[in-house]
Structures are given as C-alpha cells and as structure tokens.
Design a protein around this ligand. Structure first.
Ligand code: SF4
Length: 421
C-alpha cells in the first residue's frame, strides 16, 4: 500500500515551519499564496505566468503551502502547477467561453441556492476555496469574498428547501464547504437534517487535495452524526494522493463517510490513460470510488485547459478493459447552457440488423448479441410497489422544467411517496 502513495516534501521555504503549524489546516489557509511576489519566491516564473496575474481581478489566485509544495520546480510544465497558476492563455478566447456555463444563475432560487434538478439542490455555503482552480466552472461566483452564507440568504435558502418536499438531496458546494469552521459546518448539517424530506447530504470539496489536514477525526465524527453524508473529493492527478491525503480520507471513511471522486480531464495535466489509471487505482486503494471524469466546462479562460471530446473518448476507450469496473470513472459532459449531464461512452458497436447487434470488444474480439424480441419483454410482477414513487419523480421533473418551479414535487401525492422511501 505504501508504495502507491508518497510522502510529500515541503518546498524549502517551509522546511523550518514547526510540524504543528504545517499540520494545522487553518495555518495552511492563513499562509495561502496569492500574489506574484509570493510565487516568485518559490518558482522561476515564466513570462506567460507573470502575465497571467493580470487576470487576478477577474479570478483570484490562491493555493496552500502544502499544495504549492507538490509542484516539481524543475518542470516548468508541471501539471499541478497548471491547476492553480494563472497563465496568459486565460486572456485568449479562441473557441467557446461562457461566464456561467451551467446557467446556474437562471436556476438560482436564492443568491445561494440553485435548483436545476427536481430532487436535488446545490447550496453554495461559501465562495472561499483552498485553491482557485484555473478551470473552475463557477468563476462568476467563486472567490468574490462573499464568504460563509449567513443572515437572510441562509434563512431563505433553508426555507426554500423546507417548502419543497420533492428535494431529497442537498449538495453543499461553493466555493469549498470544508473551508468553513466545524461549528459553522455543523450548523448547516443540523439545519438540513431537521428537514424531514432531505435524505442525502453531499459535500463537494477540494480540501482533501489542497489541505488534507482539514480531514481530522473530529470532522469524521461530526459528519457521522448527520449521516448519510457523502464526500465528493476532486483529485485530478495521482501525485495529489499523498500519504497525508490518504490518511485524511481514512479519518472520514473509518467514520462511515462514503467518498466518491470527481475529476476534470485537463489538457497537459491529466489527459493520458496512464495518468487516469494511476489516479483511479490509487483512489480505489484508498477506498475512494472514482465516480466521474468530466469534460472541462467552457468557463472563461479555459480554452487552453480543455480537451477535445474525441480525445476524451479515446482516453476512455483505452482504459476500457484495462481498469476494473470499480476503478473506472464515468466520462460525462455538462451541456453548456444548463441542459444537464450527458454520458460519453466509446462506441463498441459495429453493426445491427433486426435483433442482432454486432460489437468489437476493447481488445478486438468481435461478437454478436442476439436479443429475444421486444414482444417477449415482461413487466416485473411487483412493479406497482415502486411505480407511484417513480411517477412522482418523473412528474416532478416534467413540471419543474415546464414551469421553472418544481410544483408537482410539492403535491400531497409526492410528499406521501417521499415518506414511503
Ligand atoms: S475548488 Fe472547486 S469551486 Fe473552488 S476554484 Fe476549484 S473548482 Fe472552483
């Protein structure tokens, strides 16, 4: 196990920092690097990177000393450096760039609550992150010094969730929800748990990547109190899985918190099957399920970091058959403009006729699959037990999209169905 994960060396700048400080997540946040001058003390800055700091006004720059130390200073093209270091290429718009690629502002029910799918909401609890990723989808919100949601925005967001019984899942996002204190986080979790129809709470965070000291046994105990709580980690490169990160993840997993990983395919950072398999195998060994591999959203300043869809599919095809199903992330793309996710799957089909479908497998083996006719398909005998629940979910979605409001989810029938789950 140990050979899969490496200890992380500190950059010489922090060699003398006492271990108690280095291992304190608040110290890491307080000593975050934000300016060109600070980065120049660590690395030889290229002209493009220096120029990249002129986008600072539009999208902040920030990383922790821990994450900055993961960079190989001898490699000017270091992949981890590209994740947080601004670059002149951000100033060039060549293909597709959008202010709000997922159209979240259209679906915002309060300044902090986005309701795009009938049964789920996104609750932006803070706009602060431990790192400002250059590929961020939510640049229009993240890093605007709005900090922890409070007062009216918090209350109206909670009230909206209370008033909509069709909402079964709340995804805490931002910004990064794990940048807030345990006390603040626990208040949010408790308030959500007090709403009877909220079944699942998810926390999306890059703190396990950039500040794994945040994942303490105490945090694990807090999350366990409000279970089921899922952590969605965002590891994008195998070198991010240090022994510190794996140890932090274990603190939560040992408390029964399931961890799923969502990564973004990035040009020059991780766009090779060798890297993805290394990341996925290590994640699985650390008991984290590789969940999604996303096509990068076309937010502003990301053209140079995005992969082509064909390239992404090629990577996925290469992984097929070489990586166990457990380690395989699903490739998906969020439709620009807020149309939701679509799955991207390599095409293994070579032809079809009537009920015969022909395929060529990952290593070239060809075979036909001959199906029984559709006329023989039967409905399971106990389907009526689940049908009402299913129709309510589907109707809620239809009404949600046609009116912009999830009215059907709030009918007595829906509430009743929710209570039978
Ligand atoms: S941590 Fe997430 S929200 Fe924050 S900048 Fe990175 S991608 Fe954006």
């Amino acid at each position: 196990m140990k050979s899969l994960f490496k200890n992380q060396d500190r950059h010489p700048q922090w060699q003398g920092t006492p271990a108690a400080d280095w291992r304190d997540w608040r110290w890491q946040m307080r000593h975050s690097l934000k300016t060109l001058e600070q980065f120049s003390r660590l690395y030889n800055m290229s002209d493009e990177e220096t120029l990249g700091f002129s986008v600072h006004e539009q999208f902040q720059v920030r990383t922790t000393p821990y994450y900055a130390s993961l960079v190989n200073v001898a490699d000017p093209e270091d992949p981890i450096r590209k994740i947080f270091m601004p670059h002149a290429a951000e100033l060039v718009s060549a293909y597709q760039e959008m202010e709000d690629p997922l159209a979240e502002e259209i679906n915002a029910k309060t300044p902090r609550l986005i309701h795009r799918y009938a049964d789920r909401v996104l609750f932006l609890v803070t706009d602060v992150c431990g790192v400002y990723c250059r590929f961020c989808t939510r640049k229009h919100f993240t890093g605007s010094n709005e900090a922890m949601v409070s007062g009216k925005d918090y209350e109206t967001s909670l009230e909206y969730i209370r008033q909509h019984p069709g909402i079964r899942e709340v995804l805490l996002s931002g910004g990064d929800p794990l940048t807030v204190s345990n006390t603040q986080l626990e208040k949010v979790l408790k308030d959500l748990r007090d709403i009877e129809h909220v079944e699942i709470i998810r926390i999306g965070s890059r703190m396990p990547v950039v500040n794994p000291m945040r994942l303490t046994p105490e945090l694990g105990r807090i999350l366990r109190k409000y279970a089921p709580v899922f952590l969605m980690s965002h590891f994008s490169h195998p070198r991010e899985l240090t022994t510190d990160a794996v140890q932090g993840l274990a603190h939560l997993i040992d408390c029964g918190i399931p961890v799923f990983n969502q990564m973004v395919l990035l040009n020059g950072v991780n766009n090779h099957p060798a890297l993805i398999q290394a990341l996925s195998r290590r994640l699985l060994y650390a008991r984290v399920k590789p969940y999604y591999m996303f096509q990068c959203d076309p937010s502003k300043g990301t053209d140079h970091l995005r992969t082509s869809v064909d390239h992404s599919l090629e990577i996925q095809r290469e992984l097929w058959g070489h990586l166990s199903g457990l380690a395989m992330p699903s490739l998906a793309l969020d439709l620009p403009g807020g149309g939701g996710k679509v799955g991207l799957v390599p095409n293994f089909e070579t032809g079809s006729s009537e009920n015969r479908r022909s395929f060529r497998g990952f290593d070239g083996v060809e075979a036909d699959y001959i199906s029984p006719p559709m006329s023989l398909m039967k409905v399971p005998s106990d389907v009526m037990v689940y049908e009402k629940e299913w129709f309510n979910l589907k109707n809620a979605k239809t009404a949600f999209h046609s009116s912009g409001l999830p009215e059907a989810a709030e009918t007595g029938a829906s509430a009743e169905a929710a209570s039978t789950l």
